[in-house]
Design a binder for this molecule. Structure first.
Ligand code: GLN
Length: 454
């Protein structure tokens, strides 16, 4: 088997299913093939090989790739062709993966179904009438459909874990600071993290290994040693203390979802772990806190899209102010505009204390809930999402029900801790996800627990 074989396999599968799944926005066939040829020359020699030598990978379209169209699924970026690679992409080059193409998403990562993409609607490969989740819907669907074995997503409030759950694959949001955000088109900088989506836990650990570490280009990346994650895959969970928040199995959680989590806990008990119910009392404030903070940050981050520096520029302006206004009016989608308005309002003088500042205080309390639980327990376990994948169009007319879907993933981003979603059963033929949340920088224990199910 050569690297070229792997790459051909990937494009063959894409040509078979992409009509229906529509996970990709851009393919990079020519470059992928020529890189594969170069790597093939190393086969059979003792030249050193990268950690993920020859592995095909898809990259979410909010991660910039040099000379490869990057849009964040927004018309406002149009045919934007970055002049540099994100740090994670550079690290993938070092690991010698092959970039197959760029993956669809909700515009600027705002959404939970990938229906907010400015270009196409990705479908869930398990049932084409349902959404793949979001915002990294293309990243999860492409792995689930067998188009690529690896992909990168980004997670601000659940955007790796929820689509992984809906598509029956493994997705991890690393600890805030574990992975460089340099070259990630910012949505909410204090919450965003890039992370791996894969078919199994072992692959996931290797991909995280490849992209982790301190980056001088990102001042929020942490100077914390990166352990060998694969060493945690022992299958041994004896003596492990698991906390199960009662808020994660209560009201609003679908019965099959609840049952699948209880079944998973039984398996862990059999393997020698123990679990107890705990409370994260402030998690009920997580949704409003998240929507105020993330929208505030987004309103500042998206100010740079003004028609001057990148991408789309309106052809119908008579002066500079009109150029800004019309470019943004024509270039941004509805959800993005909603967030910009919400964020601008929350930050405006007279409202700042009542909304933004209060939300910051609530965030501190939500984080403290996690700190308290982690004083006594090794991991926190619950569902990833309150329901399996929903129907296309089902929630598009009501943003609040769409927001409510992220109830169980959002507190994790507010606290900055790492969490994974792994497959844990089905409801009506649709995959369900188990969420395992760990202490800061303790992705290893998460992988250890996740691997016990494989
Ligand atoms: N669905 C959430 C939102 O719309 C989370 C998105 C994300 O994690 N990028 O903001």
């Amino acid at each position: 088997l050569t690297v070229s074989d792997l790459v051909e396999e990937s494009y063959k599968r894409i040509s078979e299913v992409e009509d229906q799944v529509q996970a990709f926005l851009t393919l990079d066939e020519e470059r992928a093939r020529s890189t594969a040829k170069k790597l093939d020359e190393k086969l059979g020699t003792d030249e050193s090989k990268g950690l993920l030598f020859g592995m095909p990978i898809g990259v979410k379209d909010n991660i910039v790739t040099k000379n490869l169209r990057t849009t964040a699924a927004s018309k406002i970026l149009g045919n934007f062709d970055p002049i540099y690679d994100a740090t994670v992409v550079q690290k993938l080059h070092n690991a010698e993966t092959i970039t197959i193409g760029k993956l669809n998403m909700d515009e600027f990562a705002m959404g939970s179904s990938t229906e907010n993409s400015g270009f196409v609607k990705t479908k869930n490969p398990w049932n084409l009438d349902t959404v793949p989740g979001g915002s990294s819907g293309g990243s999860a669907a492409s792995v689930a459909a067998g188009e690529v074995p690896f992909s990168l997503g980004s997670d601000t409030g659940g955007s790796i874990r929820q689509p992984a759950s809906f598509c029956g694959v493994v997705g991890l949001k690393p600890t805030y600071g574990r992975v460089s955000r340099f070259g990630l088109i910012a949505f909410a900088s204090s919450l965003d993290q890039i992370g791996p989506i894969t078919r199994n836990v072992e692959d996931n650990a290797y991909l995280l290994q490849a992209i982790s570490g301190l980056d001088p280009m990102d001042s929020t990346s942490a100077n914390v040693a990166v352990p060998n994650f694969a060493e945690a895959l022992t299958g041994d969970v004896k003596g492990l203390k698991i906390a199960v928040p009662k808020e994660y199995l209560g009201e609003g959680i679908n019965e099959e979802v609840r049952q699948s989590v209880l079944d998973a806990l039984k398996i862990l008990e059999k393997l020698g772990a123990s679990w107890e119910e705990v409370s994260l009392p402030h998690s009920k404030y997580a949704l409003p806190t998240y929507y105020i903070l993330s929208s505030s940050e987004a309103s500042a981050n998206l100010a740079r899209f003004d028609g001057i520096r990148y991408g789309y520029r309106t052809p119908n302006a008579n002066n500079l102010l009109e150029l800004y206004k019309k470019t943004r009016e024509e270039g941004f989608g509805e959800e993005v505009k909603r967030r910009i308005m919400l964020g601008t309002f929350a930050l405006s003088s007279g409202y700042y204390d009542a909304h933004y500042k209060k939300a910051q205080r609530a965030r501190t309390l939500i984080k403290k809930d996690f700190d308290d639980v982690f004083e006594k327990y090794d991991v926190i376990i619950g569902p990833t999402s309150p329901t399996p994948a929903f129907k296309l169009g089902e929630k598009t007319s009501d943003p609040l029900t769409m927001y409510a879907n992220d109830l169980l993933t959002i507190p994790v981003n507010l606290a900055g801790v790492p969490a994974i979603s792994i497959p844990c059963g089905f409801d009506n033929g649709l995959p369900l996800g188990l969420q395992i949340i760990g202490k800061h920088y303790d992705e290893s224990t998460i992988y250890r627990v996740a691997h016990a199910f494989e």
